[in-house]
Design a protein around this ligand. Structure first.
Ligand code: NAP
Length: 286
């Protein structure tokens, strides 16, 4: 029997609706959640991403502002802008769209964002909070993957999980979240000699590489849950993930599609993080 699909579009819609209800309540109490998205340059993919983020905010009843800056904006000017946003009480979340032009040190910019407004969860203070299990902002993509597991009743406790990819924004926080949920976690990367040796035993596999067909049917344990974070283009130019979907679907128990899987959940979690930032500023959340 083919794997059941984890429908990211439907889950994200439900989450956005819940966020909108709470945003309306918070607004009625005098705090409208506010997200400022900062875009430097005119990278076409980034323009699409930021327009989606701003639209999502507007639909959820947030105050959202898109700040566009020319590609040549000096780093010092961007840092000054972030300092001003940090000091603005109407701004609860600040998102600087990556990648930044080469003359700007992205890590320095991320570290300039107040951790309390770092709704992407990329600041070292939030990364550290995740490591030690303290409240903080968790990066949206791995947080969305955890929501997807929850939605199918998959409790990672006692399960074997493999994360392929170790980036700071997906792989590492994903592994930490699974560990926090008491899975036994293995992290694979480009220097892992035999991926299949690890994935074949896994109850949960999360693939975040950025290359097609990293995970094929012969690498998957029957009944496993497979979460595909990857975003690639196939030979026809269509969006696809890192997983050989058609093959793995015949073996896995659950699988996320691309498109319509992790992507929409990532967007929805940005709203959830921004709402939480606003609730925290109003003294209503930790
Ligand atoms: P990244 O920073 O490029 O990291 C990729 C990771 O994959 C690295 O840790 C790399 O290992 C590992 N890797 C590369 N080739 C490998 C191989 N042959 N076998 C095993 N591991 C390999 O990418 P990222 O930012 O984490 O993103 C990963 C993918 O997810 C991309 O397609 C990205 O577009 C997508 N993504 C999707 C969403 C969404 O919302 N759907 C959000 C974020 C990212 P090394 O560390 O050894 O180099």
């Amino acid at each position: 029997m083919p794997a059941q699909l984890i429908d990211g579009n439907a889950l994200a819609r439900q989450l956005r609706e819940r966020v909108a209800v709470r945003a309306a309540e918070l607004t009625a109490r005098g705090t409208q959640p506010g997200l400022t998205v900062v875009l430097v340059g005119d990278d076409p993919a980034s323009q699409v991403y930021v327009s989606h983020k701003v639209k999502d905010c507007q639909e959820a009843g947030f105050a959202s502002v898109l700040e566009r800056h020319p590609a040549g904006l000096p780093e010092a000017a961007l840092l000054a802008r972030i300092a001003a946003l940090n000091a603005d009480p109407a701004v609860h979340g600040i998102l600087v769209q990556l990648p930044l032009p080469g003359h700007i040190d992205a890590q320095r910019v991320i570290e300039a964002i107040s951790p309390a407004k770092d709704v992407d969860g990329f600041h070292v203070a939030n990364a550290g909070a995740l490591v030690v299990g303290r409240p903080g902002f968790v990066p949206c993509t791995p947080a969305g993957c955890m929501e997807m597991l929850k939605s199918i009743g998959c409790d990672p406790r006692g399960k074997t999980a493999v994360v392929i990819g170790r980036s700071n924004i997906v792989g590492k926080p994903m592994a930490l979240l699974l560990l926090q949920a008491s899975a036994t976690v293995t992290v694979c990367h480009s220097a892992t000699p035999d991926l299949a040796r690890h994935t074949r035993d896994a109850d949960i596999v999360v693939v975040a590489v950025g290359r097609r067909n990293v995970l094929t049917a012969d690498m998957v344990k029957p009944g496993a849950v497979v979460i595909d974070v990857g975003m690639n283009r196939n030979d026809e130019g269509k969006l696809c993930g890192d997983v050989d979907f058609a093959g793995v679907r015949e073996v896995a128990g659950w699988i996320t599609p691309v498109p319509g899987g992790v992507g929409p959940m990532t967007r929805a979690l940005l709203l959830a993080n921004t709402l939480r930032a606003a609730e925290r500023s109003a003294g209503l959340a930790d």
